[in-house]
Design a binder for this molecule. Sequence first.
Ligand code: IFM
Length: 463
Amino acid sequence: MPGIHFPEGFVWGIASSAYQVEGAWNEDGKGVSIWDTFAHTPGKIVNDENGDAAIDHYHRYKEDAALMAELDLRHYRFSTAWTRILPAGTGPVNPKGIAFYDRLIDALLKHKIEPYLCLFHWDLPQALQDKGGWPNRETAYAFADYARIVAKHFGDRVNVIFTHNEPWVAAFAGHFLGMHAPGTKELGAALRAVHHLLLSHGLATEAIRAEAKRPVKVGITLNLNPVYPATESKKDAEAADRVDATMNRIVLDPLLKGTTPIEGYKIAKPFTGNLIQPGDLKKICVLDLLGINYYSRAVMKHSAKIPVIGVEQVHPEGNEYSGMWEIFPEGLYALLTRIQRDYLQPSPPSPLPNKGEGRNAPELMITENGIPVPDGFDFDGRIRDERRIRYLRNHLAQLHRAIQDGVPVKGYFHWSFMDNFEWALGYGQRFGLVYVDFETQKRTVKDSGRWFAEVIRGNGFEI
Ligand code: IFM
């Protein structure tokens, strides 16, 4: 039968993050994070919702791990909350925080689920924000120390550690667009933040490698969007290129080539001064595993109306949209083949001022991909989320096509396992393979969860 079959040993998994699922925001000595502060500020989140209780994974992790195993999900990417481990970001370690992640990791291992641990999914300790947060270079050093502590405690059981999830979002949605914590709207702060987030990746990698008693793969997860010009005009092509530089190359170049486009931006000049210090790019350019989060593409046109960057996003008519983005599976193929072409194949030395202080050829994985659907129960208690299944089929087909064409992607993690707190959009956007009743916390497997389990069992699907 014709079908889509993935390479042997392909890694199938699901993903989540601490603030979105754990709840227990102030239990067992946990410190306050910038997301606690932000979500407690009226007007920041739809319906003034917050992650105080989230989906109570902190108390229900055993039941959740058992449900993963039931669906043959054997790889779980989750994040640790920095403030559970170091309530003030630096200083004394909170033994109850360590104990929680010990329990979680052991519960996963008991079910033969491999933990993929991510150190930072946006919940910076408020105490570090009070000292300047990511725009302050010192935060990068504090992060490396936190990474060392995590490696020391869990490095005996965890084989893969991601430093960051989507540093671009933490920097730009948090400091320039103001829609995420800490909620500031300053370009300079965002540029400083993105550099320090990347620097902290390099410093943390060094710390993890020094601390771990056995080999641990260190990775980072990036949100990447292929950018398309709205028309064939030169101005739109330049607009698309500017967006590609500020959204994609700004994180890819330092990590994979040891260069940066930042110093080439005219608009960045007033803010970047001595931001990038000698040796920084070399430190950043270390990576065993590149995680790619793909949701949609960006179609851009030139617009003199928009200050600073002069571009506007276009939403092509006639295409399918979710509650958040255009659905564009072909973009995943375009993105992967572009990464292969521009970053993983040998190329001549870069002409940029920082001349490529290194070069990386990490393993690739899709670490997030998914769709929010307003799921509901049918008369018989089943959730027939056909739309999510179609989304999955189409994206997995494009992923498979990229692998066939030589892009060495080793795994796919679905976002998300369970419905959860979707940041500024609160609980209104359901991404899970498992439905969560946010009142009772009851979990119900959707049709997509069962379909995905079959894909894992067969390492592919029939078409
Ligand atoms: O929920 C988020 C996740 O935290 C990071 N990547 C995108 C997801 C959907 O918006």
